[in-house]
Design a protein around this ligand. Structure first.
Ligand SMILES: [Zn+2]
Length: 92
């Protein structure tokens, strides 16, 4: 697997699943989201199992973004400062 693997969120569809750096993610689908400036955008929802506890968790990224982050841990174990065996970014 290449170091800089890109997963373009715009090409993902609900129901798809994919593996990224040994972790399996499911695409939950798009949903509208109202930003703080009151404009509407779409979020792409993902689900996976926490790399620490194995619990299911869900998160969203902008559906139009070419760069985004795939979370590897649930909200409880998310720790931005801690090194993960592989980078959490899906785009560079
Ligand atoms: Zn966890």
């Amino acid at each position: 697997m290449r170091d800089k693997q890109t997963i373009d969120a715009r090409h993902l569809e609900a129901g798809q699943s994919f593996a990224w750096r040994g972790q399996v993610y499911f695409v939950l689908g798009k949903r509208p989201y109202q930003r703080q400036d009151a404009r509407w955008t779409n979020l792409m929802g993902f689900g996976s199992w926490c790399a620490t506890c194995g619990e299911w968790f869900e998160f969203s990224v902008s559906a139009r973004a070419r760069t985004a982050w795939l979370n590897r841990r649930c909200a409880v174990h998310k720790s931005p400062g801690r090194k993960v065996p592989h980078a959490r970014r899906i785009f560079d």
